[in-house]
Design a protein around this ligand. Structure first.
Ligand code: G3I
Length: 361
């Protein structure tokens, strides 16, 4: 009787242990993701409303990422849509999410011509002296409010023309001259001396004239003591952008000694010309060969970042939307494409494995 009891309880013990083991390995597997294979932070930009209302998306987000950027909710248009009407609610929600799930919060962005509210433009037209004081107040208030909470900021975004080495003649440039850029860095640094401050732009991985102009500006800033700490490569790339050019650009930027952030990564197949609705849809469906080629491209990109950028300058890699379902590309250029590491059904693509492979030593 006793023996039977022993055998029975022994069996139960083994059963319980294996269920526990199974559960814990399930738990382990469900929380292991890209971030766990990486020595630097892996981030994603995401629309906060979408994230909050989609449990499946949230689960994947928590599993893979330890850094978060708001796609649009931290831009000026969202923060101060009308005069004197600061709107912190969504930022507080993002911050709470980031803190709860141990993620670094990245601030995108402080000054960008594309997200400047109409009321600011109208007011500055009447009184250009006001614009500098507004910029100072905006940055001081915003960065100061999230001091120690937002780890880093894209202080100025896209201040150079889409191609070539000229400053973009934006509203900010036309009103304040190019000094608006260094002023923005100064104001941000005064508000949070510990925040990592980036200049962020696109096409600098492929357009060497533009890259050299950005590096020239950065070096001038360093000489003058303008508090810049990093260069953000948006890295919205296409399958046919040669790896050799990307490698050259990363090397040149790393030579400045600043932090290097791949801040908005995605990899498209079709051609576009950087203009809204401007593109040619050469590919209207995604084949297995294309998926494999994209996986290889993701892998190469991650490997280049790891090999070329010195460890102490590796600020991290951030994807811009991580699913084909949510990608900005389709709406912005009005064409099909599959630039992300997860597909339309929130399943990992070969690109996910390519990314992961690239992270592994
Ligand atoms: O929310 C409104 C919706 O109510 C309305 O019906 C709809 C009609 O157009 O517009 C919706 O807002 C859009 C918003 O994205 C949310 O999807 C805006 O029109 C659209 O302009 C906005 O586009 C964003 C764009 O920046 C401009 O702010 C994209 O989502 C966002 O991915 C894109 O992100 C930029 C980075 O900030 C800088 N680097 C390039 C990158 C891609 O363009």
């Amino acid at each position: 009787m006793k023996k039977i009891y022993f055998i029975k309880s022994g069996c139960i013990l083994v059963l319980v242990l294996s269920v526990l083991a199974c559960n814990s390995s399930k738990k382990r597997n469900s929380t292991i993701g890209l971030k766990d294979a990486s020595t630097f932070p892996i981030g994603t930009a995401i629309k906060i409303h979408t994230l909050m209302n989609d449990a499946k998306l949230q689960k994947i987000q928590k599993q893979n990422f330890n850094s978060i950027t708001a796609t649009n909710d931290m831009k000026m248009q969202s923060i101060i849509p009308t005069e004197n009407n600061y709107n912190w609610k969504t930022v507080d929600t993002i911050l709470n999410y980031a803190e709860t799930h141990n993620q670094r919060l990245f601030g995108h962005n402080l000054i960008w011509h594309s997200s400047t509210p109409e009321w600011v433009i109208a007011k500055a037209e009447k009184d250009s002296l006001w614009l500098d004081s507004f910029m100072k107040e905006y940055i001081t208030r915003y960065v100061g409010r999230y001091k120690g909470k937002v780890a880093a900021w894209d202080v100025v975004n896209e201040a150079f023309e889409s191609s070539g080495g000229n400053y973009r003649e934006t509203f900010w440039y036309n009103k304040l001259g190019k000094s608006y850029i260094e002023k923005a860095f100064k104001y941000a640094h005064e508000a949070d001396p510990d925040a990592v401050l980036f200049y962020n732009d696109f096409n600098i991985e492929r357009d060497t004239t533009k890259l050299h102009a950005v590096i020239k500006m950065v070096n001038e800033f360093k000489e003058k003591g303008v508090p810049i700490s990093g260069i953000g490569f948006q890295m919205h790339i296409r399958m046919d952008i040669p790896d050799e050019i990307i490698a050259y650009s990363l090397k040149k930027a790393a030579e400045t000694g600043l932090q290097i952030h791949l801040s908005e990564v995605d990899i498209i197949f079709n051609t576009h010309n950087d203009e809204r609705l401007g593109g040619i849809e050469n590919y209207s469906s995604l084949t297995d060969e294309m998926k494999q080629a994209q996986a290889e491209k993701y892998k190469n990109l991650i490997e280049m970042y790891k090999e070329i950028v010195p460890k102490e300058q590796q600020f991290g890699i951030t994807l811009w939307d991580f699913t084909d379902r949510d990608t900005w590309i389709r709406g912005f250029f009005n064409m099909r494409d599959w630039p992300s590491i997860y597909d339309d059904n929130l399943q990992p693509k070969p690109a996910y494995l390519g990314f992961l492979e690239g992270l592994k030593d």
